[in-house]
Design a protein around this ligand. Structure first.
Ligand code: NAG
Ligand code: NAG
Length: 252
């Protein structure tokens, strides 16, 4: 009894390490009840470990199952319902009863097929707006981590060049392609003369909530790259770049 309990704990630990759509939505207790009566037909012995291996093979290591789980924001609740509707009746049916591995194989495979076909119909439109910035809201669900992915864009936006005539004024708007939270802090930095995205070349010029940076009268000293970095809390969300160059010299 002691060793079999110990083995169950190890199995549950293993289960915790390799996540998947199944582990995201079915708790270990239900899995233990589901696998309780798993009989190896060949030897006619009960074997729970082999049942967990079967779950791994059919659900956890199957790319089609994981792919079906890549749903849009908020739809993980439906994923859980779909999988629950397949698995929980099996838990009740198999708990404390012996069934051959062939029966398990067939029923779990059917459950996986039904999950794939229903989950694939859920919306999976990503709200990620390229090309830059940390966008947590747009991503799709990931059954390997049991979380929504972030959009995986770089923080740095491409440098936009603005040609300005000397002595004229310019207003730069820290233009972010996605919705920002309300508690933002904006830092404007400047790298004189050069066009660059090297962070160590910039010096801080303003800190605050203001996304607008204006220069009333542009002189030679204003030429260079302006960087606007937006933070929420301690988290950097995006870095926008403008390269201000001399409009007169360029056009003559
Ligand atoms: C994954 O599951 C699907 C549906 O159950 C099945 O058709 C496919 O063969 C499985 N893939 C692998 C690599 O086992
Ligand atoms: C499992 O299969 C064996 C061999 O086919 C059979 O004798 C046995 O009755 C089956 N057990 C159950 C629980 O169905």
């Amino acid at each position: 009894m002691y060793t079999s309990t110990l083995r169950l704990v190890c199995v549950s630990l293993l289960l915790c390490l390799s996540q998947s759509c199944y582990q995201c939505f079915v708790n270990v207790e239900d899995s233990l009840r589901l696998c309780w009566g798993h009989v190896l037909t060949e030897y006619n012995v009960r074997n729970v470990d082999a049942c967990f291996e079967k779950l791994d093979r059919i659900f956890n290591n199957n790319e089609t199952v994981i792919e079906a789980g890549r749903v849009g924001k908020g739809y993980d609740i439906q994923l859980k319902e779909i999988l629950g509707a397949e698995i929980l009746p099996l838990v009740e049916e198999f708990d404390q009863k012996l069934n051959n591995d062939t029966v398990y194989e067939q029923r779990l495979q059917t459950a996986a097929d039904n999950f794939i076909s229903a989950a694939s119909k859920l919306p999976r439109v990503s709200g990620c707006i390229p090309p830059c910035g940390f966008q947590s809201a747009g991503a799709v669900y990931n059954c390997v981590t049991c979380q929504y992915d972030s959009c995986e864009f770089p923080l740095d936006c491409p440098v936009e060049e603005i040609k300005v005539m000397e002595n004229s004024g310019i207003r730069m708007w820290c233009d972010v392609p996605f919705a920002l939270p309300t508690d933002i802090e904006v830092i404007w930095r400047f790298a004189e003369e050069v066009e660059t995205q090297q962070l160590d070349q910039f010096k801080e010029v303003t800190v605050g909530a203001d996304r607008l940076y204006s220069i009333p009268s542009v002189t030679l000293q204003h030429q260079g790259t302006y960087q606007c970095e937006v933070y929420s809390g301690q988290l950097s969300l995006i870095r926008v770049y403008y390269y201000i160059s001399d409009g007169v010299t360029e056009s003559t």
